[in-house]
Design a protein around this ligand. Structure first.
Ligand SMILES: Cc1cc2nc3c(=O)[nH]c(=O)nc-3n(C[C@H](O)[C@H](O)[C@H](O)COP(=O)(O)OP(=O)(O)OC[C@H]3O[C@@H](n4cnc5c(N)ncnc54)[C@H](O)[C@@H]3O)c2cc1C
Length: 466
């Protein structure tokens, strides 16, 4: 149910300071930040289980200049980080906002650890595609589930904050103008109008809403959707109804390597560090290292939208660092063999063709010939070989409402919609257009970054702690 923006409400169930719509990364960060700012914050979560995109993610949070990054001897600036974001999106994201979020990132990561008690380690054994430096911070398990568990604990432990599950927001309440004054919440059979001073929309984008995906990102509408079911776009629609400006609505993150039929993410590290992909004919079909997001469309163009990741033991050992990969191994999604022909048989691929593809790829890796698809980072693969059947999937959308430096939703004329904030997938991202501009980490950067900024600003403008 979506009631949109409702006016003329006379009866309120109760009143609070800040209502946060959505209990994923953005919403939980916003809840902690607002509560720590001295105001009451209630986080409303649609679902009964915290199975948001943040919980499904790898929990990789990018930031340059943190004490963790300096601790391993890396000195780099937020501007270096922003430059990598720009390079990936071909300089199409909002320049000032991209710099602002890159500058916010180190403060956000240290705030997560120091203020919210999130357990993060610095990742210095795998450089994500497009990042010139190691700059990912993640829970020790490298899972978003651990990140959400820590943030949830922080909300639940704070006397000013509360997380309410099974509580979908079904509309926003506004006064006669466009001032936001509350949220309509579905509680079982009945609806409650809750009055508040500020609303933070943290209910992600529209990747779980086929109609909206068909409208804004039609080329990916038939792909497997790999994110949370709750992400159906209402936050963006409400903001637009209130005059908020939406931007980059065609932007999204896809992924070229989700195991089928198991539906388990196979880390793209296997490909970026030297593996390749073939189709059902045992032949490569593009430059896999162009990026996992844009390459998903090439996978989906293959017969049955299927591809096979082909790699060797060195990469298998790298994969074993990832929980998802270990799961894939446990459910027999991964095949291994002493020869490439034997691997082809196990994967039901034509052995001769796969052997020919490997020979040609290895020739490029050893500099004997140019790679057929212009890939510059081919690495020699050696027996034993490994392989897994995958497809391309939609992870989340990156377009949404334009916000200011404090995550306040902006109208067409650049003025803020009174009392309304947005972050994560509800806000316009930093990934330019289409699937190709997404740099790993852009998702959690804007979810946790805007969440912290929105919560802090909302508390401050209410006068929390005074
Ligand atoms: C498999 C996978 C791996 C990823 N790995 C990474 C990574 O390592 N690093 C990275 O930066 N990004 C990663 N991403 C992207 C990242 O997960 C998202 O960009 C980020 O989690 C978005 O956070 P969010 O808070 O906006 O949304 P979410 O975490 O999805 O939270 C939104 C919450 O709002 C709830 N909700 C929706 N509508 C309502 C409503 N009306 N009322 C109440 N609640 C509502 C939803 O149920 C959901 O719980 C990954 C994504 C996927 C799918």
């Amino acid at each position: 149910m979506n009631l949109g923006v409702v006016r003329g409400i006379e009866e309120w169930s109760f009143e609070t300071d800040v209502l946060v719509v959505g209990g994923g990364g953005c919403g939980l960060a916003a809840g902690v930040a607002a509560a720590r700012g001295g105001v009451e914050a209630i986080v409303l979560e649609k679902q009964s289980k915290p199975w948001s995109n943040t919980a499904r993610s790898g929990g990789m949070i990018p930031a340059a200049g943190t004490r963790f990054q300096r601790g391993v001897g890396i000195e780099e600036t937020a501007e270096d980080f922003a430059e990598d974001i720009f390079r990936k999106n071909h300089y199409t994201s909002d320049r000032e906002m991209t710099l602002h979020m890159a500058r916010t990132a180190s403060r956000m990561v240290e705030w997560l650890v120091d203020a919210a008690g999130v357990d993060l380690v610095f990742i210095d054994d795998f450089k994500y595609p497009g990042h010139r430096e190691f700059r990912m911070h993640a829970p020790p398990s490298r899972t978003g589930a651990a990140l959400v568990a820590d943030l949830r604990r922080a909300v639940e432990a704070h006397p000013n904050a509360e997380l309410v599950i099974d509580a979908p927001a079904v509309g926003l309440a506004a006064d006669d103008g466009s001032e936001v004054i509350g949220v309509i919440v579905q509680r079982g059979e009945r609806q409650e109008a809750v009055k508040c001073k500020k609303v933070i929309l943290a209910c992600n984008g529209f990747a779980g809403n086929k109609e909206m995906v068909a409208e804004y990102c039609p080329e990916i509408v038939e792909a497997l959707y790999f994110g949370g079911e709750g992400n159906t776009g209402e936050g963006i629609l409400w903001g637009m109804e209130l005059g908020g400006k939406a931007a980059f609505m065609d932007a999204y993150q896809a992924h070229a390597s989700v195991a089928v039929p198991h539906g388990i993410l196979i880390t793209y590290a296997l490909v970026m560090e030297g593996g390749f992909q073939v189709n059902a004919d045992g032949r490569r079909f593009g430059n896999e290292s162009s990026g996992y997001s844009e390459h998903a469309l090439a996978v989906l163009d293959q017969p049955d939208g299927a591809a096979w990741d082909i790699y060797d033991r060195r990469l298998h050992l790298l994969g074993l660092q990832f929980e998802d990969y270990r799961q894939a191994l446990e459910v027999d999604a991964i095949a291994q063999a002493e020869t490439i022909e034997e691997l082809a048989q196990k994967l039901k691929l034509p052995p001769k063709a796969l052997a020919g593809t490997l020979a040609s790829y290895n020739a490029a890796a050893s500099g004997e010939q140019e790679d057929l698809f212009g890939r510059a980072d081919c690495r020699l693969l050696e027996a034993p070989y490994f392989g897994v059947k995958v497809t391309g999937a939609l992870f989340h959308t990156q377009g949404g409402l334009e916000v200011d430096f404090n995550a306040r939703v902006l109208r067409q004329d650049g003025t803020p919609v009174p009392n309304l904030y947005a972050g994560g997938g509800v806000a316009a991202g930093l990934s330019g257009h289409g699937p190709g501009g997404y740099l790993s980490g852009n998702g959690l950067l804007t979810a946790l970054g805007y969440g912290m900024l929105a919560g802090q600003h909302a508390a401050e403008s209410i006068g929390g702690g005074k």
